[in-house]
Design a protein around this ligand. Structure first.
Ligand SMILES: [Zn+2]
Length: 408
């Protein structure tokens, strides 16, 4: 009896799942080819015309798509076309940074409608949660008054995240350990909520909207307070069963290097992060190295800009960092054979030295056949953009997890 019930439940679950996937497929086809008729949707999606009619009716009722001007078909008859009703659905995308909370409202065309930045004040997880809820509440109330309802929330932050369960396993900047963040936000606001590691979400955002838009296999390397990566294979973010693929900051770059916060020695992060580069320049200035920069006004932006302007000290330090980075990137290319590597972070201000050094490493350390197939580019998005969190909502729509829960 129990068994039969379980079987029945699993059949219902799989039918629901197929419905979700079919809806997502149809939405993607409409988004890509709009304006498009139902007949063409059926042709492109390979779904039965009856399913297309049923699903598009539901998407119309939800306000996710709309009927557009009639389009002449080849047979002389007119067919109503469909297009995404992107401006009708609004979502909230949040970045929890080290010191700053950024909140933005987007429509489904990835257009940012409003945005706000606030300094984070919190001592422990309960304070942080109360702060988040209060700021999200203020933002949503103001947003809804001016522009209409919010349909979903996504949050990106640094650290180890389980996006399936919505749990922050570890955060380097905030007191969150095994904390069910998505669940808490979802319960409070009664809105579908997604969370993800910021660098991996940024990789997804580059894939949907930025530098890797035209390719299916790409790796984003982000240099910030640490070093991380996000890997996209066949158009999907590589997560695995343990959810945290891409921690390249802890590849050993210099066996004789300093101890990393992870406990090991000479990790890539101990040679390449923004903080380490500022330290290296400061030490060199104290030792009398020639540079246009002075100790009292030193910051990472000035160092990267000076490297780009051929300041000898800054250029040398960026090239040393890029050599370690290039070694790790060469390992990734040999392992994964991607079409594109995207470098993100303030370091891309020093683009000339950075890219030429990385390209030299690739020329010497990557399989010749792979070298010619990979392009190295800099990110098109701001490192802290809330578009990273928005990409989590886009992903949920494309994978069928969200489409049936939202409406305009
Ligand atoms: Zn480490």
């Amino acid at each position: 009896m129990v068994r039969n019930n379980q079987q029945a439940d699993s059949v219902i679950a799989s039918v629901d799942h197929i419905k979700q996937l079919n809806s997502a497929t149809i939405y993607k086809v409409i988004e890509k080819y709009a304006p498009i008729s139902r007949v063409k949707i059926a042709n492109v999606s390979k779904l039965a015309p009856a399913s297309v009619t049923k699903i598009t009716r539901q998407l119309l009722q939800q306000g996710i798509i709309c009927e557009t001007a009639r389009q002449a078909s080849t047979g002389g008859r007119c067919a109503i076309s469909l297009a995404p009703n992107t401006d009708n659905i609004h979502v909230l995308a949040i970045k929890i940074g080290q010191k700053t909370l950024s909140l933005s409202c987007y429509n489904l065309a990835a257009e940012q409608l409003t945005t706000k930045k606030i300094k984070i004040k919190s001592e422990d997880e309960q304070q942080l949660l109360a702060f988040l809820i209060s700021e999200i509440d203020n933002f949503i109330k103001k947003q809804q008054k001016n522009m209409g309802k919010i349909s979903a929330i996504a949050i990106s932050l640094s650290g180890l995240i389980n996006p399936k369960k919505g749990v922050v396993l570890y955060s380097p900047y905030h007191p969150l350990v095994n904390f069910p963040l998505a669940n808490k936000i979802e319960q409070h606001f009664q809105l579908p909520t997604f969370i993800g590691n910021h660098t991996r979400s940024l990789a997804l955002a580059e894939h949907y909207f930025g530098a890797s838009k035209e390719c299916l296999d790409s790796i984003l390397i982000s240099i910030h307070h640490g070093v991380g990566s996000g890997i996209i294979i066949e158009g999907k973010a590589l997560l695995g069963q343990n959810f945290n693929i891409g921690e390249i900051g802890h590849i050993q770059a210099n066996p004789a290097g300093r101890q990393c916060h992870c406990g090991n020695f000479g990790c890539l992060e101990t040679e390449v992060s923004d903080r380490v580069i500022v330290e290296k320049v400061a030490i060199a200035i104290k030792q009398g190295s020639f540079t246009r920069l002075s100790l009292d006004s030193l910051n990472i932006e000035k160092i990267y800009q000076a490297a780009e302007d051929n300041d000898p000290l800054c250029q040398k330090i960026v090239e040393d960092a890029a050599t370690y980075l290039g070694k790790a990137i060469a390992i990734l290319i040999n392992l994964l054979n991607p079409q594109k590597i995207i470098i993100a972070g303030k370091i891309i201000r020093a683009k000339t030295s950075l890219l030429s050094t990385i390209e030299q490493c690739i020329a010497h350390q990557v399989l010749p056949n792979f070298q010619h197939k990979v392009q190295i580019e800099t990110s098109l998005l701001e490192p802290d953009t809330t578009l990273a969190a928005f990409a989590l909502i886009k992903q949920a729509i494309y994978e069928g997890d969200l489409l049936q829960q939202i409406h305009g």
